[in-house]
Design a protein around this ligand. Structure first.
Ligand SMILES: [Zn+2]
Length: 187
C-alpha cells in the first residue's frame, strides 16, 4: 500500500513562486537531485534523516532507489504540479472529520468530499451547529492534506516519522504561515 507524509501550509491558497520549494528543500538537504524518469520526483537528500524523526522501531528504510531490494519501496520527495484546482489527499482509512466549531463528526463526509471535487468553492455545513467551513478547516486529525503547493514524502507510513521543528520552521519562513502535516495511504 502506498503511504506518504504530506506537508502543507495553513495558508491553503498559497502558491509557491517558481522553484522556491525546490530550492528551499535542496538547500535544507531534505531532498537532492530529480529522479530520472519520474516527473517532479526527487531523491532524498543528505540530511533527510535529520529533518524527519522516525519513531519506534522502524523497519529498514531504503533512502535511495539503488538501495532498495526487489519490490522494496524507497523514500523520495514528490512536488505535485500546481493547477487551478486545490490539491487534496485523504487517507483511505480516514475517520470522519470534526466540525471546527462544535467538534461533532461529519456524518456524510465521503459524499461531501466527492461533491467538493466537482466544485471546490463548496463549504461544508455542520448538521449540528449549522455553521459552514471549508473542508480543510474541519479537524481531520492528520488524515488529510489540502493546498496548492504541497510536499509529499513518499513511503512513510502513518506516524512512522514526524517532521522536525527545524523543517517546519523553514517552511513557515517561506510564507510567514505555520505548516502542518498529514499521513495518507492510498486504497
Ligand atoms: Zn458544528
Amino acid at each position: 500500500m502506498n503511504a506518504k507524509l504530506i506537508l502543507f501550509s495553513n495558508h491553503i491558497e498559497w502558491q509557491a513562486p517558481n522553484n522556491v520549494l525546490i530550492e528551499t528543500l535542496q538547500q535544507l538537504q531534505l531532498m537532492a537531485d530529480p529522479l530520472p524518469n519520474r516527473d517532479d520526483h526527487y531523491r532524498s537528500g543528505e540530511r533527510f534523516m535529520e529533518h524527519l524523526t522516525f519513531v519506534g522501531c522502524s523497519p529498514f528504510i531504503a533512502l535511495q532507489p539503488e538501495e532498495a531490494k526487489a519490490n522494496q519501496t524507497y523514500c523520495a520527495i514528490h512536488l505535485p504540479q500546481q493547477s487551478n484546482h486545490y490539491y487534496s489527499a485523504v487517507d483511505s482509512m480516514s475517520t470522519a472529520p470534526h466540525c471546527p466549531h462544535c467538534r461533532k463528526a461529519h456524518p456524510t463526509w465521503q459524499t461531501a468530499l466527492q461533491q467538493w471535487h466537482k466544485n471546490q468553492t463548496q463549504r461544508w455545513s455542520c448538521n449540528i451547529c449549522e455553521k459552514t467551513s471549508a473542508p480543510w478547516q474541519w479537524n481531520w486529525r492528520k488524515q488529510a492534506a489540502f493546498g496548492r503547493s504541497v510536499i509529499e514524502i513518499l513511503n512513510i507510513h502513518p506516524h512512522e516519522a514526524i517532521p522536525s521543528q527545524a523543517l517546519l520552521d523553514a517552511l513557515h519562513a517561506l510564507n510567514q504561515t505555520p505548516w502542518q502535516y498529514a499521513y495518507v495511504r492510498e486504497a
